[in-house]
Write a protein that binds this ligand. Structure first.
Ligand SMILES: Cc1cc2nc3c(=O)[nH]c(=O)nc-3n(C[C@H](O)[C@H](O)[C@H](O)COP(=O)(O)O)c2cc1C
Length: 336
């Protein structure tokens, strides 16, 4: 049995990335029901909303799903309060993913419940640190990835370096995976599976703004760029986004309000260079906002439901693996 699948209880060794402003209740539920790792982004959400959301997902799927925290954008106190709220409602088969290394206390909050701790990192040293913190799965993020970047190595180099150091670690790679063939290649390169974000942004259930969804489908890898521009609300972390007038402009323009987004009944102004993604409830200059996107957009060419995306990936993956060409040996489905 594939180790990532076995550990998380998945049908396919693929985790959907928690994506702030994109991966809400519906996306997480549908990915989980389809047999991959649906993940709810907690980003800066307050604990009471988290409790409700996790309860709602748990009522809608009996398959595993997870929650995602970003310790570097929350205070240690908020991160632990988010985890406390989520873990109180998360079924026993749920898991927790973190963007970057969690604090030792936060890591312990998860591991002592017996639920898998999935830590995304971008350097070999952070991979070792994550294992010391008790991580059950390492997600190795390469520079191909969409969103904020944890390191400076392409995913293949990072995978090679970490696999050499930690031959027994359960590893998922993040960056460059949008098809079942990509997933099969990740396995051949030595990973146990993958985490993917970009491919889920244009799905029906994602909370991304319709223009953001369309742009990802139309984009090629060359249309993405690594920049430090969108630093309001999440400073000092480079990120891969779709190019636009702001990323191509040499000068830094004033951070005046360019859009609004709704939080409950309130409308919240969004400054130029905000790290916030344009969502379904955002109005204004959507074009100038941060549209995080990985180079895997090359192979994201249609808009579909999350279930259809997972089905397609699974079909392609099983096709790739059904016959191991070199050895010509049949691999039983349960071993994939
Ligand atoms: C729109 C978008 C938002 C993201 N937000 C988060 C987030 O909130 N938390 C997180 O752990 N990772 C986030 N990521 C990064 C993913 O965890 C992952 O590294 C990335 O999606 C992998 O590359 P891919 O997008 O090419 O599949 C985000 C990625 C994208 C594309």
């Amino acid at each position: 049995m594939n180790r990532l699948r076995a550990l998380l209880g998945l049908q396919l060794p693929l985790i959907q990335a928690g994506m702030g402003g994109v991966a809400g209740i519906r996306l997480c539920t549908e990915v989980s029901r389809a047999g991959a790792g649906g993940t709810l982004a907690l980003y800066k959400e307050p604990p009471d909303r988290i409790r409700e959301a996790v309860r709602e997902i748990a009522a809608a799927t009996s398959r595993p799903f997870g929650v995602n925290v970003i310790p570097e954008v929350t205070s240690p106190e908020l991160c632990r309060a988010q985890l406390d709220a989520a873990l109180g409602e998360l079924p026993d088969n749920g898991y927790v993913t973190t963007f970057g290394l969690p604090g030792a206390d936060a890591a312990r909050d998860v591991t002592r419940t017996g639920r898998p701790l999935v830590v995304q990192i971008g350097t070999p040293d952070d991979a070792s640190a994550a294992l010391r913190l008790g991580a059950d799965v390492l997600v190795l993020q390469g520079t191909e990835a969409g969103g904020h970047l944890l390191g400076e190595l392409p995913v293949a180099e990072l995978l090679y370096a970490v696999r050499t150091r930690h031959p027994d670690a359960v590893i998922a790679m993040a960056g460059g995976v949008a098809t079942g063939a990509d997933l099969a290649r990740a396995r051949s390169a030595g990973a146990d599976g993958a985490m993917a974000g970009t491919v889920f942004v244009p799905t029906t259930e994602s909370m991304a703004h319709p223009l953001f969804k369309r742009r990802i489908v139309e984009a090629r890898a060359d249309d993405t760029v690594v920049t430090g521009r969108y630093d309001i609300g999440w400073p000092a972390r480079p990120h891969r986004v779709l190019r636009n007038a702001l990323t191509e402009e040499n000068r830094r323009l004033p951070a005046t309000f360019i859009a609004t987004t709704r939080l409950g009944a309130a409308r919240i102004p969004v400054p130029r260079y905000s790290a916030t993604v344009p969502g379904v409830r955002t109005e204004g200059r959507i074009d100038e906002m941060a549209m995080y996107c990985g180079t895997s957009c090359d192979r994201v060419t249609a808009q579909d439901t999350a279930a259809a995306v997972v089905r397609k990936l699974r079909h392609e993956y099983e096709h790739e693996l059904s016959y191991e060409r070199e050895g010509g040996t049949w691999t039983a489905p349960s071993n994939r």
